[in-house]
Design a binder for this molecule. Structure first.
Ligand SMILES: Nc1ncnc2c1ncn2[C@@H]1O[C@H](COP(=O)(O)OP(=O)(O)OP(=O)(O)O)[C@@H](O)[C@H]1O
Ligand SMILES: [Mg+2]
Length: 377
C-alpha cells in the first residue's frame, strides 16, 4: 500500500489542498501532458499514405444497368456496343469500369450533381459509417467521382477502406493549416478518394472552440479548393452535434440521417432534425440543405420494424424527409465491412446490395430510367 498523506502527495489547486495517491499522480501528469501537447500529438510522425488499397477501378456487371436504363440485359449489351462502351472481361464475365459507366449515363442524359453530403446523427451506431462507405463505393461504381472525409476519431470508415495506420494526415491537420487538403488525400481507387481519420481528430472540437472564426466558413472554405474535382464529397461524422458538425452542416448540400427501428434512435433523429433546422435557419443565408432520413436495419421478422417504418412515413417531424429506400438488417453487410471489404466489391447478390443500390440511386437521382432512354430502345 502506498502512503497517501506525505507532502509530495499534496496537490494545491484553486487554493485547496488535495491528497493525491502516486497512481492518481501519474494519471494527472499524463492528462496534463496530453493537454499541453493536445494539438500536436505525434506531429513529427505524421505522413502521407504511400500504399494503394483497391488499386483497380471499380466495375459493375451489365445486369446492374438493367433497372437503371429500364431495359433487358440483351438490350443493355446492344446499348454498350452501339455507344462504344469498353467492357472488361474477367474470366467469362463482363464488367463495365466506372469511367465507362459515367460516359454511358451521360450519353443518356444523367448529370452528376456536385454535392456535399454529410451523414450526421447524434445517436451512435445507427449506420453513418456503414452508409458513408457503402454509398461512396456504389456512387463510384455508378460513375461518380467521390471523396470521403472521415471526421470521426473512431476512424471506422478509414478502417473500412483498409487503412489502419494511425499517423496519416487527417482533418485536424488541414484545419490547423499544417497540410494542404490536396496533400491529405489518399487515392483508394480511380475517382474514389479518402481523407482518413485517426484519434487526433478528437482534438477538433477543442481546437475550433479555442480558435474562434467564422464557423459557417470553416469547412466551406476548406472544401472549396477541391470541390470541382468531385461529384460527391461525403462527410462521415461522429455521433455529436458540436461545432465541427455544425460547420460541416453549413457547408453541405444534403444531410443524411440513418435511423434504426427503435425508440432511442428515433429520439436521436428527432433531436438531430431540430438541431439541423436551428442551424440552417439561424446561421445560413444561401440555399437550403436537403434533408434525407432512411430506415436502416429493418427486420421483416419483427412487427416493430414495420411499425417504425410507418411512423417515420407519417410523423409530422419525419414524413417530409423520409426516403423511399430502406436498408434491411444484414449480417453479410456488417461482415464485409469488418473485413475492410464491401458488398459492392464482390459480385454476389445480397439483400444489402439490393437495398444500398436503390438508396444510392435514389440519392443520385438515378431511380427511374432516363427519359432519353425511350428513344434509344
Ligand atoms: N443494415 C445493417 N445490417 C447489419 N448490421 C449493420 C447494418 N447497418 C449497420 N450495421 C452494423 O451496426 C454497427 C454500427 O454501424 P456504424 O458503425 O455504421 O454506425 P455509426 O452510426 O457510424 O456509429 P458511430 O455513431 O459510432 O459512428 C456496425 O457494426 C455495423 O456493421
Ligand atoms: Mg461511425
Amino acid at each position: 500500500m502506498q502512503p497517501v498523506d506525505t507532502d509530495s502527495n499534496l496537490e494545491k489547486r484553486e487554493g485547496k489542498s488535495f491528497v493525491v495517491s502516486p497512481t492518481n499522480r501519474k494519471k494527472i501528469d499524463f492528462l496534463l501532458d496530453l493537454e499541453d501537447g493536445f494539438f500536436d500529438i505525434n506531429k513529427e510522425n505524421k505522413k502521407n499514405y504511400d500504399g494503394n488499397v483497391l488499386k483497380e477501378e471499380l466495375m459493375i456487371p451489365p445486369s446492374d444497368l438493367c433497372s437503371i436504363l429500364g431495359t433487358t440485359l440483351a438490350n443493355v449489351h446492344n446499348i454498350l456496343k452501339s455507344n462504344g462502351i469498353k467492357a472488361t472481361k474477367i474470366g467469362s464475365r463482363t464488367f463495365i469500369p466506372s469511367a465507362e459507366v459515367r460516359r454511358l449515363l451521360q450519353i443518356y442524359g444523367h448529370r452528376y450533381a456536385e454535392e456535399i453530403i454529410s451523414f450526421i446523427c447524434t445517436k451512435g451506431g445507427v449506420g453513418k459509417s456503414t452508409s458513408s462507405h457503402t454509398l461512396a463505393i456504389r456512387f463510384n461504381q455508378l460513375g461518380a467521382r467521390v471523396l470521403v472525409i472521415d471526421t470521426d476519431q473512431q476512424a471506422n470508415t478509414t478502417t473500412a477502406f483498409g487503412i489502419n495506420e494511425g499517423q496519416l494526415y487527417c482533418l485536424i491537420d488541414i484545419i490547423k493549416g499544417d497540410i494542404d487538403i490536396n496533400d491529405s488525400i489518399v487515392h483508394i481507387t480511380p475517382n474514389l478518394d479518402l481523407i482518413p481519420s485517426n484519434i487526433d481528430n478528437s482534438a477538433l472540437e477543442k481546437y475550433i472552440h479555442s480558435n474562434p472564426g467564422r464557423l459557417d466558413l470553416l469547412i466551406m472554405e476548406m472544401v472549396k479548393k477541391i470541390k470541382t474535382n468531385y461529384d460527391y464529397i461525403i462527410f462521415d461524422c461522429s455521433p455529436a452535434l458540436g461545432l465541427l458538425n455544425s460547420s460541416i452542416l453549413m457547408a453541405c448540400t444534403r444531410v443524411v440521417l440513418p435511423v434504426n427501428p427503435n425508440e432511442f434512435s428515433l429520439n436521436g433523429a428527432a433531436k438531430t432534425l431540430l438541431w439541423i433546422k436551428d442551424i440552417t435557419t439561424h446561421f445560413r443565408s444561401r440555399t437550403s440543405t436537403e434533408i434525407n432520413i432512411f430506415l436502416n436495419r429493418h427486420n421483416a421478422s419483427k412487427k416493430s420494424s414495420d411499425e417504425y417504418l410507418k411512423r417515420l412515413n407519417t410523423h409530422e417531424l419525419f414524413k417530409n424527409f423520409i426516403l423511399d429506400s430502406f436498408i434491411r438488417e444484414n449480417e453479410h453487410l456488417s461482415r464485409r465491412i469488418n473485413d475492410s471489404q464491401s458488398i459492392f466489391t464482390e459480385h454476389k447478390s445480397s439483400p444489402a446490395r439490393e437495398d444500398f443500390d436503390l438508396l444510392a440511386r435514389e440519392i443520385m437521382g438515378l431511380k427511374y430510367p432516363p427519359s432519353s432512354m425511350e428513344k434509344s430502345q
